[in-house]
Design a protein around this ligand. Sequence first.
Ligand code: SAM
Length: 369
Amino acid sequence: MADSPYPELKKSHVPERVGRPWTDYKPPPSAPVWAVIGGFGSFHVLVAALELGVFDVLANRGANPGTSPAATAAELADELEVSAPHLEALLDSLAVLGLLERVGGRYGLNDAAARYLTTDGAASMASLVPVAPGPLENWSRLADTIRAGRPADPIDDNPADFYRALVEGTFTTVLRAATRADLQVRYSAMDSPRVLDLGAGGAPWAIAVLKACPGGTAVVNDLAGIIDVARRTTAEHGVADRCEFRSGDFHGIHIEPEGYDVVVLGHVCRTEGPDGTRRLIERAWEALRPEGRLLLADYFVAPEPQWSPHSVLMGMTMMAGTVNGFGITAAQTAAWLQDAGFEALRLIEPIGHQHAFLACKPRPSGGTK
Ligand SMILES: C[S@@+](CC[C@H](N)C(=O)[O-])C[C@H]1O[C@@H](n2cnc3c(N)ncnc32)[C@H](O)[C@@H]1O
């Protein structure tokens, strides 16, 4: 039955129309659809605020004892040298998105903004936000990607352009996860571990292990156009002298058999597809000494995808932008690890939303300690 064009005159479901038995049917709310439509604008509101420096200006005011930490739109527009009414619209949008406080016409940082959106925030995501969805043009051609089975302009064709910005943006978060993972992995109990970090980006995993283990050393791998990021970050964290930088495709570089105590596959598998991931797990197996451990970090899809929305949408982001990228399920990953021979699998969550499988290469049967 056609729905009434005038919601206030929705009479189609009343007993006069449908007779008895009468059911109190009401159309479902359109809120989920509006939430999606708003998602596009919300993303750009946040990107614009970061680009204009809204959060940093408010943080500076907070740090300066002479000024109030909260400001009116006119005061902020003055400091940022932008149009006051336009900025006010942006600030109100940030407030309704829960990314700023607005009290009595003054705007200030809330806890989330101070922690995640200021450049110097304890867990800053300021440089991650603009690059996290991947190249934006790929999203506007998503239906074509689904028709063709691959994106028209995949990241794989020019990885350095995209990954340099991405790994700069994800570094802080992954370093926090990798550092906190010590509570479960106990790197710090290892004497002088040798680490292999494949597709290391800014090498947050290698840095976390080396900082926990003063005698540790690492081979840090990434593509030639990206490995410089790791050279810089390892230097900044004082561990570069214990790293060997081995650039090149992780499927092809030389890896010493049974040369490592820890191998890291940090957020590399979801762009690899099943074949690539299996090959990487096999490379990790060959690289590990008996009793060595593999850390495989990713956003794993739960047995029912609805239970893991973040991972499902992250998988979609991979599919929108790469040739082989898809969501990677925890069950599939566990099966691949077990097929390769790994034992004692554990799925850890060192910080919220950051998961990693920890898997051990057993001693050959009959071997002794
Ligand atoms: C999402 S980032 C993960 C960085 C880091 N491992 C982490 O956990 O934060 C993926 C990294 O894999 C690298 N990568 C992608 N394909 C690669 C390949 N074939 N060989 C080596 N590195 C690759 C990218 O350059 C990028 O630095």
